[in-house]
Design a binder for this molecule. Structure first.
Ligand code: HEC
Length: 393
């Protein structure tokens, strides 16, 4: 650090005197003036002629880019790259993009824009030191003195500035020596990176250690240590001396339902649809089909999938002769346990609903291949229906 005069400080007793001082020196020193005060003084930046900060513009620009980025990315993903059908909604469903658009906008605007914009671009951090920090006046400035600083280069400059400050009403002055250079050397720009790496490593180690510690904390072991019945232990409470209770008589296991058959063909021989194809059952079957099957097998059951080409499976056409002739039990078994690349729905759909879906598949099959008799029957139903329909609407 060189020893040339860098700043001359004039210490004023209060903010008003400081402002008077600024006004007196403004014409001579212009942008060489800077004020250091124990608390922010409203309007002082105007007196000093400091232009309005650019942080607002940075925040606006980053906020807008966050908005565009998030909206654009989601639009591209959902309309082009990976189309997924959600309950028949259009691929460009902008309302569902709002949360992510909002988050990314706020993230870029606040964290990147406001924090980094202010610290790095406007305040020019990292800035490791400044000569004023080691000046005699610094403790006073942080307490109850208001300093006006004039940047100077030479000893003559400093003497002139000191005289001017005293004339402007500063009872106390100090010449601060040093330079504002923050050092040099090849490692300098790496310092913030190095600091970040060290912080990350320390944070990682800390988290790792805390996690190991966490398991041993009494807070977490409460459930381990509580008095409770463990399944394979002896227990004097029950007459049979065991903790584990026997099954309630008559319990049927989940898998018993299709334990009796192994292939759809076998199930077709063994099982009979327990439901009648009444309108309630068909409505239930339709709901089930549209919820679980439609995306793959299509609205009409002809295998026209609604999924994008990313789904490479080839859902069966349910109108093929083999499936029309297959007994209900065959279809039920496919829905229950799946077949080849189709997954089973035994765990997701109750058995009664699976049988209802089978009925509805029959409706689809017959609707695409109706005989004259079917059409006449449907017309007869329609002719008789107005009364009933009128009543229900
Ligand atoms: C994720 C897509 C997908 C869904 C959802 C789906 N399937 Fe399938 N399904 C397929 C594929 C693929 C095949 C062809 C499997 C194969 O290779 O044999 C198939 C085959 C079938 C078959 C023919 C079985 C045979 O014996 O050849 C039937 C019947 C069937 N599905 C009914 C249904 C029903 C009913 C539902 C709704 C509960 C349903 N599927 C849901 C993809 C799907």
């Amino acid at each position: 650090m060189s020893d040339r005069p860098f700043l001359v400080l004039g210490l004023f007793q209060d903010a008003d005197k400081l402002v008077h001082g600024i006004r007196a020196l403004k014409s001579t020193y212009g942008d060489k003036l800077e004020a250091y005060t124990p608390y922010p003084i409203h309007g002082i930046e105007k007196e000093l002629g400091i232009p309005k900060s650019h942080v607002g513009k940075i925040v606006l620009a980053l906020g807008l880019s966050g908005l565009t980025l998030a909206l654009g990315f989601q639009s591209w993903v959902f309309t082009t790259d990976y189309q997924i059908q959600f309950g028949g909604k259009p691929y460009f469903s902008w309302a569902s993009f709002v949360p992510i658009v909002f988050e990314v906008t706020v993230l870029l605007a606040c964290i990147v824009g406001a924090v980094f914009g202010m610290l790095v671009l406007v305040n020019k951090l990292p800035h490791y030191s400044h000569p004023i920090l080691s000046s005699r006046s610094m403790p006073k400035i942080t307490r109850d003195r208001f300093a006006l600083a004039v940047s100077v280069d030479t000893a003559e400059d400093a003497a002139r500035a000191e005289a001017a400050l005293r004339q402007a009403g500063a009872p106390e002055t100090e010449v601060v020596h040093g330079t504002d250079e923050i050092g040099s050397g090849p490692l300098l720009p790496l310092k913030p990176v190095l600091a970040t790496v060290i912080i990350c490593v320390l944070a990682g180690l800390g988290t790792w250690h805390l996690q190991r510690l966490w398991n041993k904390l009494p807070l977490i072991s409460i459930m381990d240590e509580q008095t409770k019945v463990l399944p394979f232990r002896a227990n004097a409470f029950y007459p049979d001396g065991q903790s584990m209770r026997p099954l309630v008589p008559g319990t049927v296991s989940r898998s018993a339902e299709y334990a009796a058959w192994t292939t759809p063909e076998e199930a077709g021989q063994m099982l009979v649809n327990p439901l009648s194809a009444d309108s309630l059952t068909l409505a239930k079957g339709r709901r089930g089909y549209e919820t679980h099957c439609l995306v793959c097998h299509g609205q009409l059951g002809d295998g026209t999938k609604l999924l994008s080409d990313k789904y490479t499976g080839a859902p069966a056409n349910l109108h093929q002769a083999r499936l029309k002739e297959a007994p209900d039990g065959h279809l039920f078994a496919v829905v229950t346990a799946g077949k080849n690349t189709m997954a089973g729905y035994g765990k997701d759909i109750p058995a009664a609903d699976r049988w209802a879906i089978v009925h509805y598949v029959r409706v689809l099959q017959r609707a695409l291949d109706a005989s004259d008799a079917d059409v006449q029957a449907a017309q007869a139903v329609a002719a008789a229906a107005p009364v009933a329909q009128g009543g229900s609407h």
